[in-house]
Design a protein around this ligand. Structure first.
Ligand code: MG
Length: 280
């Protein structure tokens, strides 16, 4: 099952379930509203009305608040980052959380308009994203599965110059159209173990990142346990779980996104999130 948000003939965004050449329409205003229902209630909301799957997709879910992100969560990426910045590698005891503002969220298969006057150092980060399915707090690590709705692909595009200049990462991570997600959400049950998926990033068809989620420093279970400690998570919240080694700024010489670049985030069992870069 693949949960999507699509634009109907009137240009309104609607939630649905991809079913081969068709999409079964979900009778909720948004996929976030659907996710907030109980399992039993959800079943009743998937209608028998179908539309062609040849429609434009929106981001599958738009969370009510910032995307929760984990920084430096793959050892090789933490190492390349420390090297590029001339710092000592330190493995933290807890995940390094930061957030991306909701204005950054963008749809799959779209051109992302990145403003040259704001940054000259746009960089890609392929990430597995977790979509929370149940309001929860203080989730025990062994009970993490109960609160996950599903998984999708995310590209944590970052303005490296702003990330450095502002000290705190929020600004350099939150520019408009720098958080494409999708193309759909795979239900948690269909993924099974999110801790053993191949993840790749391709730039114009050339592989730049390639790792497995088995190499996360903090696995999804621990990320959920730590994020929910004393902090309520809501249905539709999105958690980006960090990126593998191979990002542009840590390359020699550094590489940044250019006008016309074709980006693809590929995650085993989920699919491929594609976007084009438009430098404006
Ligand atoms: Mg990231």
């Amino acid at each position: 099952m693949r949960f999507v948000t699509f634009f109907d003939a009137d240009g309104r965004s609607r939630p649905g379930v991809l079913d081969g050449e068709a999409i079964a329409v979900i009778d909720c205003a948004t996929l976030r509203d659907f996710i907030a229902l109980t399992q039993r209630e959800r079943t009743g909301q998937i209608s028998s009305r179908h539309v062609s799957s040849k429609v434009r997709l929106d981001a599958p879910v738009r969370p009510a608040r910032n995307v929760i992100c984990v920084g430096r969560n793959y050892l090789e990426h933490a190492r390349e980052g420390a090297r590029a910045l001339g710092r000592e590698l330190k493995i933290p005891d807890v995940p390094a959380f930061f957030t991306k503002a909701t204005n950054a969220i963008a749809a799959p298969d779209t051109s992302l308009h990145l403003q040259e006057r704001i940054s000259r150092e746009y960089d890609y980060e392929a990430e597995l994203a977790v979509v929370i399915g149940t309001r929860c707090k203080d989730v025990r690590q062994k009970e993490w599965r109960e609160v996950v709705f599903g998984y999708t692909c995310l590209n944590d595009i970052t303005a490296r110059d702003l990330q450095r200049a502002h000290g705190q990462w929020f600004k350099g991570k939150s520019l408009d159209e720098t958080c494409p997600i999708g193309p759909w959400i795979l239900p948690a049950a269909e993924i099974g173990d999110p801790g053993n998926l191949e993840i790749r990033f391709l730039l114009n068809g050339v592989e730049k990142q390639h790792d497995t989620t088995a190499h996360m420093i903090f696995p999804v279970s621990r990320i959920i346990a730590e994020a929910s400690r004393g902090m309520t998570l809501e249905p539709g919240d999105v958690i980006a779980t960090g990126t593998p080694a191979g990002v542009g700024f840590a390359r020699t010489p550094p590489e940044f996104l250019a006008d016309g670049d074709e980006m693809a985030v590929e995650i085993e069992g989920i699919g491929t999130l594609r976007n084009q870069v438009r430098i404006v």
